[in-house]
Design a protein around this ligand. Structure first.
Ligand code: WTA
Length: 663
């Protein structure tokens, strides 16, 4: 009845605290609040509970070695293999159960199920192929692949032979691929000839070749997954390129003994954006990372082996690494992968998949939820989503309105929502409610996880009062943390620790991790993350450096100077605004704008495409010549401008403002 619905909406709108549903609590992996105290008392030994979720070839002798901060080591002396933990040990109990349910795009004919047995077999075969190619322990293998099962297979095959992987998001450009391969000295690449997007067979091979052409060192071998089959674009492979399918066929039935890796040996590298133009190669290790992702998957996502767990992220980002591949598979559950987009063939695609597979959890991003909201509740409402038990979000702050929409229309008001704050660098979740324990407050991620010492501080490092804005910090190390930036210890210290630490000290208490996020904390210790305080944008939950985009724009012929800021966007969260000064003799206009957009897509990828390009004769600068980004942000957001009196050129601001508002 319409009246009831209106009443319900009104009640939801006013409600700002939600208790975990009883039915959920009664079956939750973690439901006892004493876990917070226990972890505090037992720290750092509490992390043995995470390590216990894994099988070790050799037991570790030290939980935490903090003798040389911030170069912390976890579970030292221990040995294990990540692929054996994600596959072999599940064979006895779960061999015939699905490890991966893959939903391909074009039609249901393309869906594939890999049981643990089948996944184990193919990982072994591909591991054997990699070995035969000459890939040795510690050789970095780059992957540039869409959402196809061969991506996690290649990752696990690398893990099996002790070769770290470096996955480059398939939506990144050829240039981005080349930079990352060079930075990692990577001589091997696994890619695909294409993928399907909204019904079209898109080519990926040309872009790969273009990228390879720009790699300065010799690339010995390239493996190409033939995803497109008869829809392929008819390429002839080079002599050092091999079809994945041929390699695996040649190795049929091969078995490769998993290499026993030190807990601290590198499992993978993941490049992410920072303040400078150069992406950072975040290094994660085998023991700490795997323990962290397994533990958080269990405690926060409530993953159980019999679940069909669905995370809609792309494996090319950290969320997919930690919470499609490593965490869920370490726990022996069924993890889903979806190749396509949520609006193809219709805007109910995700709900259709959840209904068809009986998904038990959905982990997605606020930007997706805002799009779903826009498309309307009729889409989820027409599907039976009662298999869902828990919902999660990650990547950016979620506004209470989107939270409540998700809660009501997807969760049917009986699934807890976990709003999980973390980063590429943290390896896994850090701040979130425990779904079987804590009250939920829409818009606030929640308390730090047990054993995580996250605090909100002011510029002097003093904790702020409840309700005040400050900076998020993490004051104790944790097993899932990055260990360094690849071959750049100095930048590691500089980027993450220098701000709040006494960098001359070797006392771990003097070292504080700074994630570059602003935050608030309330009287219950709940943290609301406000967003980045450095020059990093968050576009649809994707991290992009303003410097990377600026240098792409300045590389376009006829551009003299550029400044990039984030403007608010109702679906993407933030959108790229580019303010550009042209060189004399070049005309501002559509042609120039198109070339700028193209330049950004070539250097980074379509995700970094500017929403607006604003030509201006000058940029607002301080007397010392620094660009006033705040002002440019205010203009993009159509907000009241801050103080302009310190500007060298205050008049320019009005000019720009007029242009943006279109007057
Ligand atoms: C932001 C993604 C608010 C934050 C896992 C962080 C969030 C950056 C949340 C890391 C959240 C992530 N609430 N903000 N729940 N989760 N962020 O490295 O600014 O791609 O620093 O890792 O995303 O992005 P990254």
């Amino acid at each position: 009845m319409p009246d009831d619905t209106a009443e319900l909406e009104a009640r939801l709108e006013e409600q700002d605290e939600f208790e975990p549903p009883e039915e959920f609590v009664s079956q939750a992996n973690v439901s006892d609040a004493s876990v917070y105290e226990e972890f505090e008392e037992e720290w750092p030994e509490c992390w043995e509970r995470a390590a216990e979720l894994l099988d070790w070839d050799e037991e570790y002798d030290t939980v935490l070695d903090d003798s040389n901060p911030p170069f912390y080591e976890w579970f030292t002396g221990g040995k294990l293999n990540a692929s054996a933990n994600c596959l072999d040990r599940h064979l006895d109990d779960r061999g015939d159960e699905a490890a991966i349910e893959w939903v391909g795009e074009p039609s249901d004919e393309d869906d594939r199920t890999y049981t643990y047995e089948e996944l184990h077999r193919e990982v072994n075969e591909f591991a054997a192929a990699l070995k035969e190619m000459g890939v040795g322990e510690d050789d970095v293998v780059t992957m540039y692949m869409p959402m196809i099962p061969e991506l996690p297979i290649a990752m696990l095959a690398c893990a099996r032979i002790g070769a770290p992987h470096s996955v480059v998001f398939a939506g990144f450009s050829a240039d981005a691929l080349a930079t990352r391969m060079e930075s990692a000295d990577s001589e091997y690449l696994v890619t695909a000839n294409g993928y399907f997007r909204r019904g079209d067979a898109l080519d990926h091979y040309e872009k790969t070749r273009e990228g390879l052409g720009d790699v300065g060192h010799n690339v010995s071998d390239v493996v190409v997954v033939d995803r497109l089959g008869e829809h392929g674009h008819g390429h002839d492979l080079e002599s050092n390129e091999h079809y994945y399918q041929d390699l695996v066929e040649e190795q049929e039935g091969a078995e490769v003994e998993p290499v026993s890796r030190d807990a601290e040996d590198m499992l993978f590298l993941m490049y992410t954006s920072g303040t400078t133009g150069q992406p950072k190669g975040v290094k994660h290790t085998t023991g700490g990372y795997l323990a962290w992702t397994a533990w958080t998957s269990q405690a926060v996502l409530d993953v159980k082996p019999e679940d069909t767990y669905f995370c809609s992220a792309d494996i090319g980002w950290i969320t997919g690494h930690s919470y499609i591949v490593y965490g869920p598979l370490a726990l022996g559950t069924t993890t889903m992968m979806y190749e396509g987009t949520p609006d193809h063939p219709e805007r109910d695609r995700l709900w259709e998949i959840i209904e068809e597979y009986g998904a038990t959890q959905l982990y997605t991003a606020p930007t997706a939820i805002r799009a779903f909201m826009k498309w309307g509740e009729k889409h989820p409402d027409q599907h039976d989503l009662s298999s869902l038990r828990l919902l999660g979000t990650v990547g950016e702050p979620i506004n209470p309105k989107a939270w409540k929409w998700y809660y009501k229309h997807v969760g049917g008001e009986d699934c807890p929502i976990v709003d999980t704050w973390w980063q590429t660098e943290t390896g896994g979740m850090m701040v979130t409610t425990l779904p079987g324990v804590n009250t939920m407050k829409p818009g606030s991620a929640g308390p730090p996880l047990p054993g995580v010492d996250a605090r909100v501080v002011d510029t002097n490092g003093e904790e702020v009062e409840a309700g005040r804005a400050g900076y998020l910090t993490v004051q104790k190390p944790w097993p899932g943390m990055l260990r360094t930036l690849y071959q750049n210890d100095e930048r590691y210290v500089q980027e993450y620790w220098a701000e709040y630490s006494d960098t001359d000290s070797d006392d771990p208490d003097d070292w504080v991790y700074f994630p570059e996020d602003g935050a608030k904390i309330d009287e219950d210790g709940y943290i609301t993350v406000l967003g980045r305080v450095d020059d990093v944008l968050n576009v649809s939950g994707h991290r992009l450096g303003t410097m990377e985009i600026e240098s792409a724009i300045v590389g376009v012929e006829g551009v003299a100077e550029a400044a990039v800021v984030g403007g608010k966007h109702d679906v993407k969260g933030e959108a790229v605004y580019a303010y550009v000064i042209t060189e004399d003799g070049y005309e501002e206009g559509d042609e120039m704008r198109d070339r700028i957009v193209e330049g950004v897509e070539d250097a980074i990828g379509p995700i970094a495409r500017p929403e607006a390009v604003i030509f201006t004769p000058e940029l607002p600068k301080t007397r010392s010549g620094k660009i006033m980004r705040r002002l440019l942000e205010d203009i993009a957001n159509d907000e009241e401008l801050g103080n302009t009196s310190t500007l060298r050129n205050p008049d320019v601001v009005e000019d720009i403002q007029r242009k943006v508002s279109g007057d």
